[in-house]
Ligand binder design. Structure first.
Ligand code: KG4
Ligand code: ZN
Length: 351
């Protein structure tokens, strides 16, 4: 069994965890959300500086909680792509420094591979390949998983990610940042059927629509138009109904396309990961829709849906067990395809 210290600093969460095999021995997350909330979104320069300040205490805390010393670890890992380059660099340089100082292997981890692994921190998955709906602030993707490291993307958003759309609509409704939890709270007493928002589709050049791709920018604009129309009427804005209708629209389109994709690809399990997977309406609709089609479904445990280091540690353990380790000169990349995650462990680093 391999034990890894993992760091996650790709966006606005500084996180450290110690994972042994498939078990999380200790995990700590320092969110910077409040700081970024003032600006209505993540400010990259602030994020990097806060990571520098937060990491030493987080690392000390997980070591203490796990009762382990650096000497007990088999490797040190950090997210190296994709994300904010400056923020990634803080985690990566810290992990590489610790690895070098203590004579341990270093593993650079693909952030999305971390999200994919987060489901293994919950109930075991049924055997066989499965379809993952990865919905976060930066990504909305349908990924077929045939085994560790064997990924095929079957669908994606062509514009905004689902989480990004939650964040933008929340700002529009004056609900603050991050938008997902704010919309979910505001939607609790609202009528999800009051407003019908369009289910953005992506045209194919040969005619018709792409069956598994998403587009959320039209939905965001439709909410804006509705808000402007209602504001023009002078009545107080029905924020709860708007939030509930928006949430329903996003959840329906995510669930419909995932289920269709799973059925047509012959996959029997749909897995939900990423920050938006925390959404209860999405979970409920997914449970209902998969049951109606005879599919099974799994979701990452709530604590591991939004960014955390435990999922990064799990991905690192899997790679380490398969003989993977990264070169100490591996850098970071703001964008990098998940399908090429294996090259992070190649003798020639991709970046
Ligand atoms: O996975 P994550 O923590 O970071 C990225 O890798 O992007 O996802 C963050 C996103 C944000 O856009 C946030 O608004 C959204 O996940 N989110 C939610 C909920 N909790 C977080 N969206 C809908 N409902 C939620 N409960
Ligand atoms: Zn993420």
């Amino acid at each position: 069994m391999r034990t890894v210290l993992a760091l996650e600093t790709s966006c606005d969460e500084s996180a450290a965890a110690i994972v042994a095999g498939r078990r999380v021995l200790a995990g700590a997350v320092a969110s910077q959300m409040e700081e970024h909330a003032r600006w209505g979104g993540v400010v990259p320069e602030i994020a990097s500086r806060r990571h520098v300040e937060a990491l030493p205490a987080l690392i000390a805390r997980v070591l203490e909680e796990s009762g382990l010393a650096m000497a007990d670890l088999d490797a040190v890992a950090a997210t190296v792509a994709p994300g904010l380059a400056g923020a990634l660099l803080v985690g990566s340089v810290t992990a590489r420094t610790l690895a070098r100082l203590h004579g341990k292997p270093f593993l650079g981890v693909h952030h999305l591979e971390g999200h994919l692994c987060s489901v293994h921190l919950g109930d075991p998955l049924p055997a066989g390949p499965y379809l993952v709906l990865l919905v976060s602030g930066g990504h909305t993707e349908l990924i077929r998983v045939d085994g560790p490291g064997a990924y095929t993307r079957l669908g994606r958003s062509r514009d905004d990610a689902a989480g990004e759309c939650f964040d933008k609509v929340a700002r529009l409704l004056g609900l603050g940042y991050p938008g997902g939890p704010a919309i979910e709270a505001a939607a609790a007493g609202g009528d999800p059927g009051r407003f019908r928002f369009p289910k953005g589709r992506v045209s194919l050049p040969e005619g018709g629509f792409h069956p598994y791709d998403f587009s959320f920018s039209g939905l965001k604009t439709a909410v804006l138009r509705q808000v402007q129309r209602l504001a023009g009427e002078g009545a107080p804005l029905p924020v709860a109904d708007l939030a509930a209708s928006f949430e329903q629209g996003v959840a329906e389109v995510l669930v419909e396309r995932s289920c269709r994709c799973a059925v047509e690809a012959g996959l029997e399990t749909v897995v939900l990961v990423g920050g938006v997977a925390a959404n209860r309406r999405l979970r409920r609709l997914m449970a209902e829709a998969t049951a109606a089609r005879g599919l099974s479904w799994r979701v990452a445990p709530l604590a591991y849906c939004t960014d955390n280091a435990a999922m990064v540690g799990l991905a690192a353990v899997e790679r380490l067990e398969a003989g993977g380790r990264s070169g100490i000169s591996l850098g970071v990349a703001a964008r990098f395809p998940l399908e090429q995650a294996g090259s992070l462990y190649a003798p020639q680093p991709p970046f």
